[in-house]
Design a protein around this ligand. Sequence first.
Ligand SMILES: [Zn+2]
Length: 111
Amino acid sequence: MDTRYQLQKITVKSELQELQIVWGDGHQSRYPMEGLRRSCPCVFCQGGHGNMGKPVDPNIFAEPSTRKWEITNITQVGNYALQFSWNDGHQTGIYRYERLRDMCPVEHGII
Ligand SMILES: [Zn+2]
């Protein structure tokens, strides 16, 4: 298995409005919560089944915050994805590790 897509450590930094993930290859990703929420892969947020599975434009992480986000719970889905519960009650998004890593704003030089 590609260590790029292995989850090693996950940290929620509420005061920084960031989710931080350390991957199996040692890369440390930082995801501003606004962009993480906006990139929610669920069918509702993606605007219908026809839009599912499209890659995320990492520039979404350069967008300013519209509110203060909290991740109230994180559930590991099998060994391939994370499900976040947000403080607006939304929790249907299943974020696959590949999707998270590929949209990493640190790796793309966005933040
Ligand atoms: Zn959603």
